[in-house]
Ligand binder design. Structure first.
Ligand SMILES: Nc1nc2c(ncn2[C@@H]2O[C@H](COP(=O)(O)OP(=O)(O)O)[C@@H](O)[C@H]2O)c(=O)[nH]1
Ligand SMILES: [Mg+2]
Ligand SMILES: [Zn+2]
Length: 404
């Protein structure tokens, strides 16, 4: 098996999405011709179903560019799902969706990781022979905003603040992935779900609805905060403000349940949504992304010097390195976070562990401002941030293109 064939994965087998459109919000399947258009003319009134939104209608007239024309003659650029009427993109009509759910407790580093990963993928994927573009620029804006704060800051010395609103509705982040080297390969749509951590607390009302994407995703990226696992925290740099300040600093608290609880809750919801009765029937490939690895030398040693892809044109994922790091980290987990590791094994015996980091170790400019640790753009130096997302996307793509 060559390095870039990251996984020809039995868990991904026989579950390819059927042709047609799958709504990324309600997962209804429909034909492209059933997609609704979103009217551009406000005089047509609001939509009778979606309060406060422009009218949705089944288009019958199109212009030369293939865009629908609304009853008042205006060109429409937005489309909507025929069932839930939420907006979709033109990529949803043509590209095969690859659903990936990201799960993790509050403050575990999900938003930092995702924005860094997307930044890195914008560079790495073209080198690997894929075009990678935002498919839903307005939905992706939250990622792009944090990307700017991390990588193009107006003031590199200003603290980076990111707050995810636990009340917000979950939206799908979508990226169009076009294999340019694979002859006649399909286009893919990477659909990523990022819930606020609170949604995974047991009995969270909104969370139960907002995590239904778990039924769809063949791959879950579980974001593990090393500080939230006592045994790993004991192996972290003791005088780092985040480690020293535990649990009062950085927004963590004694009320945040341990990662194991988030993982078990994720698994029990996946069972419920998929209508199965045991963990081994979920058939989810689990990638454990251990964030903030800069705080833990035992983890950072695997990623500090070694990229997860080979550099330059024709780059590939460093498949054998990823596997060997995963084995080493699995052994480390058995030493430091045994209970968590055994839950992981029960869900997916071949789960992949990936240490990741957004900040450089021992950041010179990091500060503990009052009670709260704050980093600046000068501390940003991602290592393996893109690895979980690249691995997830490429394992599905390779599987569906027969590893071409
Ligand atoms: N040392 C370190 N801290 C990080 C890293 N990523 C995130 N953090 C810290 O963790 C906080 C929470 O991260 P965020 O991505 O907003 O967490 P979310 O609530 O899971 O989305 C950030 O404000 C940073 O202070 C990392 O790679 N290393
Ligand atoms: Mg967040
Ligand atoms: Zn829908």
């Amino acid at each position: 098996m060559s390095e870039d064939h990251v996984a020809s994965d039995h868990r991904l087998k026989d579950r390819a999405e059927k042709p047609g459109v799958t709504c990324p919000h309600c997962w209804h399947k429909f034909a492209p011709s059933e997609a609704l258009a979103v009217a551009r003319t406000s005089a047509l009134g609001p939509d009778p179903v979606v309060a406060g939104e422009p009218l949705r209608f089944l288009p019958s007239r199109f212009n030369r560019a293939g865009n629908p024309i609304d009853p008042a003659g205006a060109e429409c650029t937005e489309l909507a799902c025929s069932r839930c009427r939420a907006t979709i993109t033109r990529s949803n009509l043509s590209a095969k969706p690859v659903f990936v759910s990201m799960v993790g407790g509050p403050q575990s580093g999900k938003s930092f990781l995702l924005s860094s990963a997307v930044r890195r993928m914008r560079q790495a994927l073209p080198d690997m022979g894929y075009r990678f573009v935002d498919a839903s620029p307005s939905e992706n804006q939250r990622i792009v905003d944090l990307e700017r704060k991390l990588f193009e800051p107006a003031d590199p010395a200003a603290p980076i603040r990111e707050q995810t609103d636990p009340q917000r509705e979950v939206r799908a982040f979508q990226f169009h992935l076009k294999p340019e080297l694979l002859h006649q390969a399909d286009d893919f749509l990477l659909v990523l779900y990022d819930n606020p951590g609170e949604h995974f607390l047991p009995n969270h009302d909104r969370g139960t609805k907002a995590t239904r994407h778990l039924a769809r995703s063949k791959i879950v990226i579980f974001v593990l905060d090393p500080l939230a696992e006592r045994g790993i925290r004991a192996r972290c740099i003791p005088d780092h403000p985040l480690v020293k300040g535990w649990p009062a600093s950085g927004g963590y608290s004694h009320d945040t349940p341990p990662p194991n609880l988030f993982l078990s809750e994720m698994a029990s919801r996946a069972m419920k949504f998929k209508g199965v009765h045991s963990l081994d029937q979920i058939h989810t490939r689990l990638i454990i992304a251990i964030t903030k690895s800069d705080l833990c030398p035992d983890l950072y040693k695997h990623i500090g010097e070694y990229p997860c892809t080979t550099p330059g044109p024709g780059g590939r994922m460093a498949g054998s390195r990823i596997q060997s790091v995963s084995r080493d980290v699995a052994a480390f987990m058995d030493d430091t976070a045994r209970e968590f590791a055994s839950t992981v094994r029960a869900i997916d015996p071949q789960a992949i562990y990936m240490p990741v980091s957004v900040l450089r170790p021992n950041p010179a400019a990091s500060q503990a401002a009052g009670e709260r640790f704050e980093c600046t753009a000068m501390d940003v130096q991602p290592k393996w941030a893109e690895a979980p997302f690249l691995y997830a996307a490429l394992s599905v793509v390779h599987h569906q293109t027969g590893g071409r």
